[in-house]
Design a protein around this ligand. Structure first.
Ligand code: ATP
Ligand code: MN
Ligand code: MN
Length: 334
């Protein structure tokens, strides 16, 4: 879940920015964000908007974002990286709710979506047996690092294509879905073309679902530089038991069924896992780099334990998170 796009948080720390009189650098959760001078003191509550928050066009408190299309993006101000937006809690109606409260709906904020689905291409809702694909940003959930510490884990490359989910129900035909919808076979979304190429209607065991990123020419900017569209699997679900396959099982499942996985950058086990430095800065470094064989910056990485685990930080959901490459964000490539 992209939980808490907008929430009440605390300004932990404030520091001046050289050469800037009217702004300060603030720390909120794991984020550095530039704020107006005088709006906050250290320890004050704030309303924190994550990257890709789309603010309402009619609210007076959001008016200053009109020139930016109301979308919260990564910015660099006076050399300082600013990710997200912190506003005073006075923009909230009524009493200030406790830290962590989700205020997306009361403020009328939605998540910016780069692709709008054509309703004529929708065949039905996303199947309830399968979770939607989503990854929390590490900076919004630093507690996951403590949960991962000491466990074997792996790092995959975050591909910048479009999400696809394929589900073979126990009865009835294959369902192919975009991020949010089941799609008709005629849909321009490439999911059905992948389903046909990989014969997923027969290859998938009944009750199984696979999720992957479709990449290639015509999708986003084809940063992988592929000659043709292809599917890269990152999750496999056995919906009969509600189980998600661990990494080794996923790799074996894909090999057995002729599917490709997302690129695996690191598998960290044993002593290396026990001594691994699970710090934000270290992960931000790992997220940098290029797609192999290209000069295109990679979007980032996705980190998961080798054996699936639940995450208290993520409200009991799957322990998994993304770290976006800040060089990619700054080039306005997100
Ligand atoms: P958008 O493309 O809409 O801007 P996003 O890619 O940033 O969104 P997030 O929810 O932020 O979406 O990240 C999760 C998404 O990343 C998944 O839905 C999946 O489509 C995609 N993805 C790409 N590579 C991977 C990977 N290696 N592991 C898991 N998910 C991946
Ligand atoms: Mn994406
Ligand atoms: Mn995104």
């Amino acid at each position: 879940m992209e939980r808490k796009l907008v929430s009440v948080q605390r300004v932990d720390h404030l520091e001046p920015i050289a050469g800037a009189d009217n702004i300060l650098k603030a720390r909120v959760m794991g984020w550095d964000v530039v704020v107006k001078k005088g709006e906050f003191s250290p320890g004050d509550p704030c309303v924190f908007f994550e990257l890709d928050s789309l603010l309402p066009e009619s609210a007076p408190w959001a008016e200053f974002m009109r020139p930016r299309g109301f979308r919260v993006k990564t910015a660099r101000l006076r050399g300082v990286l600013s990710q997200g937006l912190a506003l005073p809690v006075s923009i909230l109606p009524g009493e200030v709710p406790p830290q962590g409260t989700d205020v997306r709906d009361v403020l009328g904020v939605v998540k910016y979506e780069p692709v709008v689905t054509d309703t004529r291409e929708v065949s039905g809702p996303f199947p309830g047996q399968v979770p939607r694909t989503d990854e929390i940003r590490l900076q919004s959930a630093l507690g996951v690092l403590d949960e991962l510490r000491g466990h074997d884990f792996y790092v995959t490359t975050k591909l910048d294509g479009t999400s696809a989910t394929f589900f073979r129900p126990l009865e009835g035909g294959l369902v192919a879905c975009s991020r949010n919808w089941a799609l008709t076979r005629e849909a321009s979304h490439p999911a059905w073309r992948m389903a046909e190429r990989y014969k997923l209607d027969t290859v998938l065991p009944p009750g199984f679902a696979v999720q992957g990123e479709v990449c290639g020419p015509g999708i986003q900017k084809n940063r992988l530089g592929l000659a043709e569209v292809d599917l890269f699997i990152f999750s496999v679900h056995d919906t009969r038991s509600g189980r998600v396959l661990g990494h080794a099982e996923l790799v074996a499942f894909c090999a057995e069924h002729g599917l490709r996985t997302v690129p695996v950058e690191h598998v960290v086990t044993g002593e290396a896992a026990r001594t691994f430095e699970h710090g934000l800065e270290h992960y931000l470094k790992l997220a940098q780099g290029f797609y192999p064989g290209t000069r295109n910056r990679k979007e980032g990485i996705v980190v998961r334990p080798l054996a699936e685990r639940h995450s208290p930080t993520l409200g009991g959901g799957r322990l998994s998170f993304k770290v976006i490459n800040n060089d990619f964000l700054l080039k306005d490539e997100d």
